[in-house]
Write a protein that binds this ligand. Structure first.
Ligand code: PLP
Length: 383
């Protein structure tokens, strides 16, 4: 359980760099989303190491909050959670291969059935093992990723009715554009999903207990897509899925990333900094070195644009970002060895560097900034 004030990875004391995960903020975000979507329930999405926040600790925290379901992308992620003692129902959202099915059943993981063939494989494996498989049917309404196409979904829904060893607990779809400014495409997908669900009405059958479609964009912008359950990922971690999305729910970033100054020097004009000698000053400057680089998942592509916070001020990272280090130009300000460097986060006075900014500097999206922070960076849980 994560109710101590601080849980430190032992490595944290050895390396002056860590990502701090604020569990109080995570709780607040969870509750804000829960309130906004009620009576729909939450399935927090914990794929990709819980968007970089740490799969197992985040799952334990969600379980403590009483979450009814968890979502991950891959079988292995589900197994890791079971091995960590998580008993909450877990839906594995991704596509499955036949020989994985027994492992799902063994670990009581809910399967995504995305075609007639897949649900028949699941049913056969469940029969052989003498168990009932928990299944959610996946309908492709316009993402063209996995799932039976909406226009031929009846074949899968009928096959599901024939399966004797599956409990079809859910049915779901996924938006391609729910975080956009214009929602025509998302609304079309929603209509297609609703049309698929009419299958049950036409046969006077109850639909599966859990109908779900909304990712963070849908949670924020399409209340009609909330159905019985919503699947927020990035929003839960306090980051909005796009710049355009309406911020109808207020959330706070959960992750911050800190390091410390390990070296201070004065650099003369005309003396270029770092590989490739891409940057030099035309006057004397103070430059500090920070022991973080692209080997930790800080994008090298942000070279020339990135900024960090030292002593409450934003300063530019200069020269190429290296694998393990980066250099910061503090002009003629003061900084000392061991001073805190904020790569992501905000100071008490409100000076911030956001995940969104790093995404822009690196030509990517906030999702990738978070999932890119790798395991060399210890996670420290506070609150
Ligand atoms: C990743 C994912 C989500 C969560 O998406 P966010 O945009 O992070 O909210 C929901 N559903 C599925 C199927 C996903 O793959």
């Amino acid at each position: 359980m994560l109710n101590e004030a601080t849980i430190c990875d032992t490595a944290e004391t050895l390396r002056p760099t860590h990502a701090e995960i604020n569990l109080a903020r995570l709780t607040a975000n969870y509750r804000a989303i829960e309130t906004a979507v009620a009576p729909a329930q939450l399935m927090p999405i914990l794929k990709a190491n819980a968007y970089g926040h740490g799969l197992v600790p985040i799952a334990h925290h969600m379980a403590q909050l009483g979450t009814p379901y968890l979502g991950v992308a891959f079988l292995e992620e589900g197994i890791l959670l079971r091995q960590a003692g998580i008993t909450t129902p877990i839906l594995v959202l991704g596509g499955i291969i036949g020989n994985q099915v027994p492992h799902f059943l063994k670990h009581d993981l809910t399967l995504t059935a995305s075609s007639v063939e897949k649900i028949e494989q699941i049913d056969a494996a469940a029969q052989q093992m003498g168990v009932t498989a928990k299944v959610h049917l996946k309908i492709d309404t316009g993402m063209e990723r996995i799932g039976v196409h909406y226009y031929s979904a009846d074949t899968l829904l009928e096959a599901a009715l024939r399966c004797r060893h599956c409990q079809v607990e859910g049915i779901f779809s996924h938006f391609a554009n729910a975080d956009a400014a214009h929602l025509d495409s998302a609304r079309l997908q929603l209509e297609r999903f609703e049309e698929v669900l009419h299958f049950y009405e036409r046969r006077s059958l109850p639909p599966p207990r859990l109908r779900h479609m909304a990712n963070s964009g849908g949670v924020l912008q399409l209340p009609a897509s909330h159905f019985d359950m919503v699947r927020p990922g990035i929003l839960l971690y306090g980051v909005y899925p796009s710049a355009e999305v309406s911020r109808t729910i207020e959330v706070q970033p959960v992750l911050s990333w800190q390091s410390r100054v390990v070296y201070f020097k004065v650099v003369k004009p005309g003396h270029p900094v770092s590989y490739g000698s891409t940057w030099q000053s035309d006057h004397m400057v103070r430059v500090v070195t920070v022991p973080v680089g692209y080997g930790d998942g800080y994008f090298r592509r942000a070279s020339g644009q990135a900024q960090v916070i030292i002593r409450g001020q934003r300063y530019p990272v200069v020269g190429r970002i290296c694998m393990d280090q980066m250099m910061v130009n503090i002009e003629w300000d003061s900084a000392y060895n061991n001073d805190e460097v904020l790569l992501i986060g905000e100071t008490a006075e409100g000076t911030a560097v956001t995940v969104e900014e790093i995404a822009e500097w690196a030509g990517t999206i906030p999702y990738e900034v978070l999932t890119n922070i790798n395991t060399r960076v210890p996670r420290v849980y506070v609150g």
